[in-house]
Design a protein around this ligand. Structure first.
Ligand code: PLP
Length: 463
């Protein structure tokens, strides 16, 4: 860290004298200071907040990592994107905050129009801005209730839609997320179309039909009065599961049949990551509402609910202090423009496909690799004890994540019961992508071959 950055920390945090560049030191302080979160402090070193360029990030010890995670699908343009400094210089006269739910301003109108134009469906759309993905889901669920005067939802297993009240009610990812908290909405839960683990076989069409049939029967038994169906266009936290297109098409039909609102949660899969603006476009389906966040704010909290007009039948049905604040709305417009001008959606499609192809060829045959799957830059590799039993192999998965971090210096994250997900920044080039895949393959081979577990120690943290 540069001296001026250390001096800045000292000035901002009175009493701070020493700033050791040691992950172990800051992890200890973090453990005391920060409430329990999702992070696994046994795995990741502390990231240097003052460095990072494109697809490269650094830990406090100065180790360089190839970023195959993009801040869990946030940093679409990578660190310090092209043209960002010049763009930021133009923002010096722009105010930070105007309560956009209460007063209009130009940037948020333009961002709403821009987002609406990317969404499928030749009908009028509106946008509701939020400060997170969960809140975008919250707004969507309320909108569906407002529009239909019903409260029952269809949601899937696995499904991750966030941790706020209503969003949690439709989530089914890990028991710990829900245990002890009340169920805020009536939910009909059906199996997500997951061909690899479908009880009737791995044929995509059969798997779609199995899940749809299950759902049709559940609706008849539990209640036809459904306000909405909420579905991740590709299951993210569940292990990166792209469902067969027939599944999403069938959901559109069921929603129409019961007069329900179809909500596509694209918080992780949206904004070009899968090779189209929205992953649901791969199925040719037009949802009534799309939820987005993550990449939308370029690292600042911004979410959006994009829906058929009017999203809310009456005013004041939902609101929060913050909206797309002026600087943030302009930054978001910059991101959308960069994605388009730099051809990043096509990049995600072609480079992502090349990564998947290579991984299928090089590690796909290993007995412990259950499946390599995904679309574009949204990829999941599911690990199993062996191909025949398909039993989840969470310990192997965890060892591979650690190997990626400490030995290969490839920044990855787990997903689902025993998968690893690759969510590179959309700017990752073919060459960088092949380097990432090469590192990943090495980690898999070493761990499948039984190389001992890598524990984080002061020694390897300082490698
Ligand atoms: C599909 C999906 N929906 C909703 C959320 C919640 O978003 P946030 O963490 O911004 O509340 C996530 C977060 O990972 C997500 O992947």
């Amino acid at each position: 860290m540069k001296q001026e950055q250390i001096d800045l920390l000292r000035w901002l945090a009175p009493g701070l004298t020493d700033v050791p560049e040691s992950s172990l030191y800051w992890i200890e302080r973090s453990q005391r200071a920060l409430a329990t979160s999702t992070q696994d402090r046994d795995v990741y070193p502390v990231v240097d907040h003052t460095r990072g360029q494109g697809v490269w990030l650094y830990d406090l010890e100065g180790n360089e990592y190839l970023d195959a995670n993009a801040g869990v699908a946030v940093r679409a343009l990578g660190f310090r994107p092209k043209g960002i400094r010049e763009f930021e210089e133009q923002l010096t006269d722009v105010v930070e905050e105007l309560p956009g739910q209460d007063f209009d301003n130009i940037p948020q109108v333009l961002l709403a129009e821009r987002l609406a134009a990317t969404a499928p469906g030749d009908f009028d759309k509106q946008v509701f801005f939020t400060t997170s993905g969960a809140r975008a889901v919250e707004a969507a669920l309320k909108a569906a209730m407002d529009q239909t005067s019903r409260t029952r939802f269809v949601a899937f297993r696995p499904a991750f839609h966030g941790r706020t009240g209503y969003a949690l009610a439709v989530t089914a990812s890990k028991a710990i997320h829900r245990e002890g908290f009340p169920q805020a909405l009536p939910v009909i839960r059906a199996p997500y179309a997951y061909p690899y683990r479908c009880p009737v076989g791995s044929d995509p069409q059969e798997s779609a039909e199995y899940s749809l049939q299950y759902l049709r029967e559940a609706i008849l038994e539990e209640g036809t009065d459904i306000a909405g169906i909420i579905v991740e266009s590709i299951s993210g936290e569940g292990g990166i599961i792209p469902p067969p297109v027939e599944f999403l098409r069938g959901l559109r039909d069921i929603a129409d049949e019961y007069g329900a609102v179809l909500i596509a949660d694209e918080v992780q899969s949206g904004l070009g990551r899968t090779g189209k603006w929205w992953a649901i476009e791969h199925a040719g389906v037009e949802p009534d509402i799309i939820c987005t966040a993550k990449a939308l704010g370029g690292g600042y909290p911004l979410g959006a609910t994009i829906g058929r007009s009017p999203i809310f039948v009456r005013g004041s049905r939902h609101s929060e202090t913050f909206s797309a604040e002026p600087r943030l709305a302009l930054l978001s417009l910059f991101i959308l423009r960069s994605i388009e001008e730099q051809g990043l959606i096509a990049n995600a499609a072609t480079v992502g496909e090349a990564m998947l192809k290579r991984m299928r060829e090089t590690i796909g045959d290993l007995d412990q690799v259950g499946e390599v799957r995904g679309r574009g830059f949204m990829q999941g590799i599911e690990f199993v004890e062996d191909k025949r039993s398909k039993r989840h192999a969470p310990n192997l998965r965890d060892r591979i994540v650690k190997n990626c971090i400490y030995k290969q210096h490839l920044w990855v994250l787990g997903a689902g019961r025993s998968s690893i997900r690759l969510l590179p920044p959309l700017v990752m080039t073919h060459e960088e992508a092949m380097e990432a895949v090469g590192r990943f393959e090495r980690a898999v081979r070493e761990e499948v071959g039984g190389v001992r577990e890598n524990r984080m120690t002061a020694a390897n943290a300082a490698q």
